[in-house]
Design a protein around this ligand. Structure first.
Ligand SMILES: CC(=O)N[C@H]1[C@@H](OP(=O)(O)OP(=O)(O)OC[C@H]2O[C@@H](n3ccc(=O)[nH]c3=O)[C@H](O)[C@@H]2O)O[C@H](CO)[C@@H](O)[C@@H]1O[C@H](C)C(=O)N[C@@H](C)C(=O)N[C@H](CCC(=O)O)C(=O)O
Ligand SMILES: Nc1ncnc2c1ncn2[C@@H]1O[C@H](COP(=O)(O)OP(=O)(O)OP(=O)(O)O)[C@@H](O)[C@H]1O
Ligand SMILES: N[C@H](CCC[C@H](N)C(=O)O)C(=O)O
Ligand SMILES: [Mg+2]
Length: 498
């Protein structure tokens, strides 16, 4: 794929210093990833300034530099400089231009909110597939085109990566792409220039205050997906005040909105819910029509996700009957209340879940506790180099369980014990109902040893992750595998003792 500078920057306000007919063969935003013929975007970042890597990019063969200020490289006369106001915005638009607006070739669904994005995109995927259509999925668990999966290091990739994925999906004749849109992505313009058919909101509770600083700024980042920058049909869960505010804004703009939630005035709302251990039966009122069905997800929060997915399905033009068939047969979302098989035979429910925010942890613990006859034991920790203010609140939320083993998540470059100290600040009223075991494998073992038939163990925070980041090293670690291994060891030693 190659384009002239002129084609690449169509629609971008810019000054081209050099030859506008120069051919660009690729896009890069990290100097060490530059290939000969690339355009390199110099981005003023949060920790460093991409302009200072311009020479490195040229040394690696960059043909075009996109800059917010001229870098005047003395020995780079054959390099074209494109001066723009905002490198990120220019990068997003140029990426869409470079791949020739692939998101116009399918229906793009964007799901945002603090929790529930991954789950909702998986449910949307089931709905589309049930109708015999092709899907693409982009999010925390990875990228999928039909059944072909790729790993991805971001929930929402940077714009050149995102548009390349869209282009691959267009080539695969995908009909609908369901993607998660993180608040970082909206703030950093990763989805700028993408054409959405439907955008959906799940909820807003505390997370990422290290990045956004205030709740209002966090909300306004999410709200961008519902602004005139992203015209689309909308689905909004109105169970919190932020969803209601979005509904107000979209209704004022006379947009096609479906509201969902437990709220009495939601257009899709539950009339009756019967929560089971492995499934839930719900009667939904869908704009006046009643539908009763059973689907294989548990917990009240998943009722919200199911309703949001239902709304997205309707906005995409699928019938209620097809949506219900799909939701009834939806598969397990990896690492979301995923049951570990071994202990189940001994009457102990062990669940791995990705709850890594206060609201998610509270809801996950409460959902398990409500379904368990015995005690609920929770193992969790908090990630390092991320919002530290959520740690004590998560400590308090975990105490909804009968017993808690506080451990490490991904400490990253922070001291694991210091993170645990932050968590314990919120656990004072729970004196005697928790213990600390910083080694995550030992903590999981400990919880499994404490559990008796009828009890449940919730291992929270890492869900589908198959690694643990300690310092800057990435070690293999998968809660589901570790729990199965530790259970096997415990069961074997119990067998020997008997
Ligand atoms: C907070 C955040 O999102 N930061 C993103 C941001 O980094 P930054 O502004 O700090 O960039 P920087 O390090 O100052 O560098 C400035 C520029 O110089 C470039 N550079 C830097 C070094 C070098 O040697 N050469 C070089 O060219 C960088 O590529 C960058 O373009 O821009 C970079 C690319 O330009 C991203 O890689 C980076 O994501 C970092 C790695 C990250 O961890 N992001 C996470 C928090 C994130 O986005 N998470 C959300 C999930 C949220 C959720 O669902 O819970 C996600 O969507 O994944
Ligand atoms: N609608 C919801 N409301 C509150 N908590 C939820 C909801 N849906 C899921 N959760 C909880 O949040 C965890 C993460 O769910 P999911 O992965 O679907 O969310 P996400 O928004 O994609 O998260 P991330 O920001 O990490 O991408 C689940 O494991 C569960 O504990
Ligand atoms: N998308 C989330 C993932 C957190 C998962 C948790 N295991 C951690 O490492 O903190 C984030 O970047 O905040
Ligand atoms: Mg996700």
């Amino acid at each position: 794929m190659a384009q002239t500078c002129k084609e690449l920057f169509e629609g971008v306000e810019c000054t081209v210093l050099g030859n506008p007919d120069d051919q660009v063969t690729g896009l890069a935003y990290r100097s060490d990833a530059v290939k000969p013929g690339d355009a390199f975007f110099c981005i003023v970042g949060l920790s460093t300034d991409g302009h200072s890597f311009a020479q490195d990019a040229i040394d690696r063969g960059a043909k075009v530099l996109v800059v917010e200020r001229k870098v005047y490289l003395a020995d780079a006369t054959d390099v074209t400089e494109v001066v723009v106001k905002d490198s990120r915005k220019a990068m997003a638009r140029a990426s869409a231009n470079f791949y020739r607006h692939p998101s116009r070739a399918f229906d793009l669904v964007g799901v945002t909110g603090t929790n529930g994005k991954t789950t909702t995109t998986y449910l949307v995927e089931s709905i589309v597939r049930e109708a015999g259509k092709r899907t693409g999925v982009i999010g925390t668990v990875g990228v999928r085109i039909g059944d072909a999966a790729q790993k991805s290091s971001r929930t929402t990739p940077e714009s050149p990566d995102l548009q390349r994925m869209f282009s691959d999906m267009r080539d695969a004749h995908v009909d609908v792409v369901a993607m998660e849109v993180s608040s970082h992505a909206l703030d950093l313009l990763r989805t700028w220039g993408a054409d959405f058919a439907v955008t959906a909101f799940t909820n807003l509770t505390q997370d990422h205050l290290d990045y956004h600083h205030t709740f209002e700024a966090y909300f306004e980042a999410k709200a961008k997906l519902f602004s005139k920058d992203y015209p689309a049909k909308r689905v909004i869960c109105i169970d919190d005040a932020w969803g209601r505010e979005l509904l107000r804004r979209c209704s004022a703009a006379e947009e096609a909105v479906i509201s969902t939630g437990f709220a009495q005035d939601a257009q899709i709302r539950p009339v009756e819910v019967d929560y089971g251990l492995g499934s839930t039966t719900v009667t939904l009122d869908v704009r006046g029509a009643r539908h009763t069905f059973t689907y294989p997800l548990v917990g009240a929060f998943n009722v919200e996700n199911v309703m949001t997915a239902f709304g997205i399905g309707l906005q995409l033009g699928f019938s209620a009957a097809d949506i219900i068939d799909a939701l009834s047969g939806a598969g397990q979302v990896p690492g979301r209340l995923e049951r570990v098989a071994g202990p189940a035979e001994a009457g102990i429910g062990v669940y791995v879940d990705y709850a890594h925010t206060p609201d998610a942890l509270k809801k996950a613990v409460d959902s398990i506790r409500d379904l368990t006859s015995g005690r609920t034991i929770c193992v969790f920790g908090c990630g390092g180099d991320r919002d530290a203010t959520k740690r004590p609140i998560m400590g308090g939320a975990a105490l909804d369980a009968d017993y808690v083993v506080v451990t490490s998540d991904n400490p990253r470059t922070e001291d694991a014990l210091a993170i645990i100290d932050d968590i314990l600040v919120g656990m004072v009223p729970g004196e005697g109902r928790y213990e600390v075991e910083p080694d995550r494998r030992r903590a999981i073992e400990r919880a499994l040893r404490i559990a008796r038939p009828g009890d449940a163990v919730l291992i929270a925070g890492k869900g589908h992750e198959d690694y643990q980041i300690i310092g800057t090293e990435v070690h293999p670690f998968d809660d589901r595998i570790v729990a199965a291994q530790e259970w096997e060891r415990i069961a074997a030693s119990a067998g020997e003792e008997a």
